[in-house]
Design a binder for this molecule. Structure first.
Ligand code: ADP
Ligand code: MG
Length: 454
C-alpha cells in the first residue's frame, strides 16, 4: 500500500458520503503528513477542526483503518493561513492553505483527483460488468475516438466509480501527456457556484474543465433539476466533444430515465455508448472478495468465510467489502476464529432481516401464502415441481423474499419450496435481485408484497 498523504486522503474522501465529501469544512482540510500510520490534515481554523471532529470523525476513522490498516489514526492540525508554513524553506509564505499540493503537475493522478486503488488490475470481471469493462479499456487506450461519450449506469456500489478511476489511472499510465480530470457532478456544481460568486475565478473554472483531454464525471444524476449547472455542463460537453476529447460519465440510471435533465443533454449522453453494470452473481461476489483480501493484505480468510459473506451480502459490492473488513476487525478484536459460523453470527445481526426487533418473525409459509394470494396461485402449486410460466416467476419471487425477509438459509428455503437442491434458490434470488434493478414493474410488485407482509 502507498504512503502518500494526498493520495490516501483522496481515497478516504472517496469512501465518505457525497455530502461529507462536499462539506465546506472537509473541503478545507489538506493532507500534510502520513507517518507510521498516522495521517495528519491541516485546516485553516479551529471551527473547521471542531466541525470535522464532531461530524465526520467516526466515518473518517473507519475509512482510514480500511485503507491503511487497523492501527491507523487521524489527526487534525489548525494552521491559520498567515502563520508560517510547517514545511520549512522552499514553500512560499504567501501560499494559501487551500492551494493544491505544490508539486502536483497538471496531469498527475493527485491533481486529476484519481484514486490509485481503483485500477483495472483490481477490478474483477463478471457477466454483470463485462461490457462496461471492455468499453472502459477501449476508451483508456484510445481516448476520444471509440466511444464518446461513454456512459456507465447501474445501482449503488456496483463499481461505476471504480471503473471511472481505472480509466483515469490507465490513461495516465499510457498517455502521461494527456490531462485527465475526475470530478463528481456535485463537486462540479459546487465549483461552478464558487466561480459565480468569485467572478475572477470563472475563467479558471471553465479553463480547467474545457481543456481536459479526458473528463471523468461521476454521478451525473445529481445534475437533475440543477438547471444552471446543466447549462454549464452542456457547454463544457460540447466543447470537449467537438475537440474529440473523451467524456466518461456515470449515473444510477440510463440517460432516458434522467427525467429532470434537459433533453438536449440527455440525447447527447446517448451519442456514444451506454453500458450497464448490474448486480454480480455469487461467483463474481466471491472473486471480488478474494481480490479485496489481496488489496487489504488479508491472507488468512478461508474460502467458506468468503462464500458465506457472498451469500449474506448480495447486491452491493461496497457492503460486501464492508462486511469483509468488519469480520476481520471483529475477529481480531474479540480473538475469534474466522469461520463460517462466526461470519453468519456476525453479519446476521447487521444485514439480516428485521425479524427480531419487536416484529413477529415472518416464516416461509407466510411468504408462500402472500405470494400465492397476490398471484392467485395455491401455495401447494408454488411448492410443486411444475415449471409453467405462470408459476416460475412467482416461485422465484417467493424464494427471493424468503432470502431477504427471513433468516432462512438457502437449503432451508429450498426445503420450504419442496426442493432438494439449494442452488435453485441461489439462482432464483440472483435472478430476481438482478431483474429488480431493471424492471420497474417487478420492483413494484416485490415492494407491494413486502409492504403486505408487514
Ligand atoms: P458505485 O460508484 O457504482 O456506487 P463503486 O465504484 O464506489 O460503486 O464501488 C464500490 C466498491 O466496490 C469499491 O470499493 C469498488 O472497488 C468495489 N467494486 C465494485 N465492483 C468491483 C469489481 N468488479 N471488482 C472489484 N471491486 C469492485
Ligand atoms: Mg460511485
Amino acid at each position: 500500500m502507498r504512503h502518500n498523504p494526498e493520495q490516501i486522503w483522496a481515497d478516504i474522501l472517496s469512501d465518505l458520503s457525497s455530502s461529507a465529501r462536499n462539506d465546506v469544512y472537509l473541503r478545507q482540510a489538506k493532507p500534510t503528513d502520513l507517518t507510521e500510520g498516522k495521517l495528519t490534515v491541516t485546516v485553516p481554523a479551529v471551527l473547521a477542526k471542531d466541525q470535522i471532529e464532531s461530524r465526520f470523525l467516526v466515518d473518517i476513522d473507519s475509512a482510514i483503518k480500511g485503507r491503511i490498516g487497523l492501527g491507523a489514526s487521524f489527526d487534525i492540525e489548525v494552521k491559520e493561513p498567515d502563520s508560517p508554513p510547517r514545511s520549512g524553506p522552499g514553500t512560499s509564505t504567501t501560499s494559501d492553505s487551500m492551494d493544491p499540493p505544490a508539486d502536483a503537475s497538471d496531469a498527475s493522478p493527485a491533481e486529476a483527483r484519481l484514486n490509485s486503488n481503483y485500477t483495472f488490475k483490481r477490478f474483477v470481471i463478471g457477466t454483470n460488468n463485462r461490457l462496461s469493462h471492455a468499453a472502459a479499456l477501449a476508451v483508456s487506450e484510445n481516448p476520444g475516438t471509440v466511444y464518446n461519450p461513454l456512459f456507465f449506469c447501474g445501482g449503488v456500489g456496483l463499481g461505476k466509480t471504480h471503473l471511472l478511476h481505472a480509466i483515469g489511472n490507465r490513461v495516465h499510465e499510457i498517455h502521461p501527456e494527456l490531462k485527465v480530470l475526475y470530478v463528481t457532478s456535485e463537486t462540479f456544481m459546487n465549483e461552478y457556484i464558487d466561480s459565480i460568486i468569485v467572478r475572477s475565478t470563472s475563467q479558471d473554472f471553465r479553463g480547467k474543465y474545457r481543456t481536459a483531454d479526458v473528463l471523468l464525471i461521476d454521478d451525473i444524476q445529481f445534475l437533475q433539476r440543477k438547471d444552471g449547472t446543466q447549462e454549464e455542463f452542456f457547454h463544457t460537453f460540447n466543447e470537449l466533444h467537438q475537440n474529440s476529447n473523451q467524456v466518461v460519465m456515470t449515473s444510477d440510471r440510463p440517460p432516458k430515465n434522467l427525467e429532470a435533465v434537459e433533453e438536449r443533454l440527455r440525447s447527447r449522453f446517448e451519442w456514444g455508448m451506454v453500458a450497464e453494470i448490474s448486480t454480480p452473481q455469487f461467483e463474481t461476489r466471491v472473486a471480488i472478495l478474494r481480490q479485496k483480501c489481496e488489496d487489504h493484505g488479508f491472507d488468512a480468510v478461508p474460502d467458506p468465510v468468503l462464500n458465506a459473506i457472498a451469500d449474506v451480502v448480495q447486491t452491493n459490492i461496497r457492503e460486501l467489502e464492508g462486511a469483509l473488513l468488519r469480520l476481520v476487525t471483529e475477529a481480531s478484536l474479540f480473538n475469534e476464529q474466522l469461520t463460517e459460523e462466526f461470519t453468519y453470527r456476525t453479519l446476521g445481526n447487521h444485514t439480516g432481516p428485521p425479524t427480531t426487533q419487536g416484529h413477529v418473525a415472518i416464516t416461509a409459509e407466510d411468504i408462500l401464502k402472500h405470494v400465492g394470494t397476490y398471484f392467485r396461485i395455491k401455495p401447494s402449486d408454488l411448492k410443486s415441481a411444475r415449471r409453467t410460466k405462470q408459476l416460475v416467476i412467482p416461485r422465484q419471487i417467493g424464494m427471493y423474499l424468503c432470502r431477504t425477509r427471513t433468516s432462512l438459509s438457502y437449503s432451508e428455503i429450498a426445503a420450504a419450496f419442496g426442493r432438494s437442491d439449494h442452488t435453485t434458490v441461489m439462482h432464483a434470488c440472483d435472478r430476481i435481485a438482478n431483474a429488480i434493478e431493471r424492471d420497474a414493474q417487478l420492483n413494484q410488485t416485490v415492494n407491494t408484497l413486502i409492504e403486505d407482509m408487514k
